[in-house]
Design a protein around this ligand. Structure first.
Ligand code: SAM
Length: 272
């Protein structure tokens, strides 16, 4: 099925298909797939990227939720034994199942022109298996890339920034015009590289606490830290942490959030 005949892209699956060969070439140049790489493509659609990827690789796994598209892909790539299609929701797909299947501990490269409606939960889901990932290259809405790569004190800096930068180095790459896709989306896109740190720069003692405090802090970002983090920290705790309680959450670095989180773990509140 070509783009022309596949006339009803499904909005609920965020289907905006890449149709500009120059953009596809630029993505492949950025990713530089090597034949031995373990690659997983999320949301292959009608195979815009898959075609180029499979040409470079001995093995490629793709995860597509749309059964009709997966069926088309099956037909298009029937002679390409390198390709394995997983008809599944990427939000529930576990990279670890690939290692179990192949008995192969090699790190995985993840690539995708992601459905924009699920890009944030999908990145959070993949980060649960960050230790299995070599790198990730995603086409995302430009604003999401700005949030991923934001620095403290910027308006885009928030929970997504802190949690992704905790695990990964974030490198924004080139921008892509809406006309590179069919149907043409209302937003501009950008390729981004997320490379999990080999060694976490500031490890959290309990990731769930780090997640909880960043969520609480940024759900009330106009509040001062002392107000936003009241359930966790007293005035005395701020002094012990050497942190100004009248700052706003966006002033804190990733390392600051980890420091707070680790303090909470090591100073459990006394029950009164
Ligand atoms: N890679 C293709 C391209 O560049 O032309 C398609 C990109 S399109 C933006 C997103 C693709 O992700 C669609 O094929 C869509 O069906 C698929 N998709 C959407 N939600 C998904 C999910 N939860 N799990 C796996 N695939 C999903």
């Amino acid at each position: 099925m070509s783009l022309r005949t596949f006339l009803r892209p499904r909005k609920r699956f965020g289907q905006n298909f890449l149709r500009d060969p120059l953009v596809i070439e630029k993505i492949i140049k950025a990713v530089r797939p090597q034949s031995e790489d373990r690659v997983v493509e999320i949301g292959p659609g009608l195979g815009a990227l898959t075609h180029s990827l499979v040409d470079h690789l001995n093995k490629l796994d793709v995860v597509e939720i749309d059964r009709d598209l997966a069926h088309e892909l099956q037909t298009i790539f029937q002679d390409r034994k390198e390709l394995t299609i997983h008809v599944q929701d990427a939000l529930t797909f576990k990279l670890s199942t690939l290692n179990t299947r192949d008995n192969n501990p090699q790190k995985i490269r993840v690539i995708g022109n992601l459905p924009y409606n699920i890009s944030t939960p999908l990145i959070f889901h993949l980060l649960e298996e960050a230790h299995l990932i070599q790198d990730m290259y995603f086409m995302l809405q430009k604003e999401v890339v700005e949030r991923l790569s934001a620095k403290p004190q910027c308006k885009d800096y928030g929970r997504l920034t802190v949690m992704v930068q905790y695990f990964c180095e974030v490198t924004p790459l080139f921008m892509v015009e809406p006309t590179a896709f069919y149907p043409i989306p209302k937003v501009h896109s950008q390729l981004v590289a997320l490379i999990p740190h080999q060694k976490l720069p500031s490890p959290a003692l309990d990731l769930s606490i780090l997640q909880a405090i960043t969520k609480t802090a940024f759900s009330q970002r106009r509040k001062t830290l002392s107000n936003a983090l009241k359930p966790y920290l007293t005035a005395r705790d701020f002094t012990a942490l050497d942190l100004n309680p009248s700052l706003r959450p966006e002033a804190l670095s990733v390392a600051d959030f980890v420091q707070i989180s680790n303090y909470i773990v090591t100073h459990p509140k006394q029950l009164t």
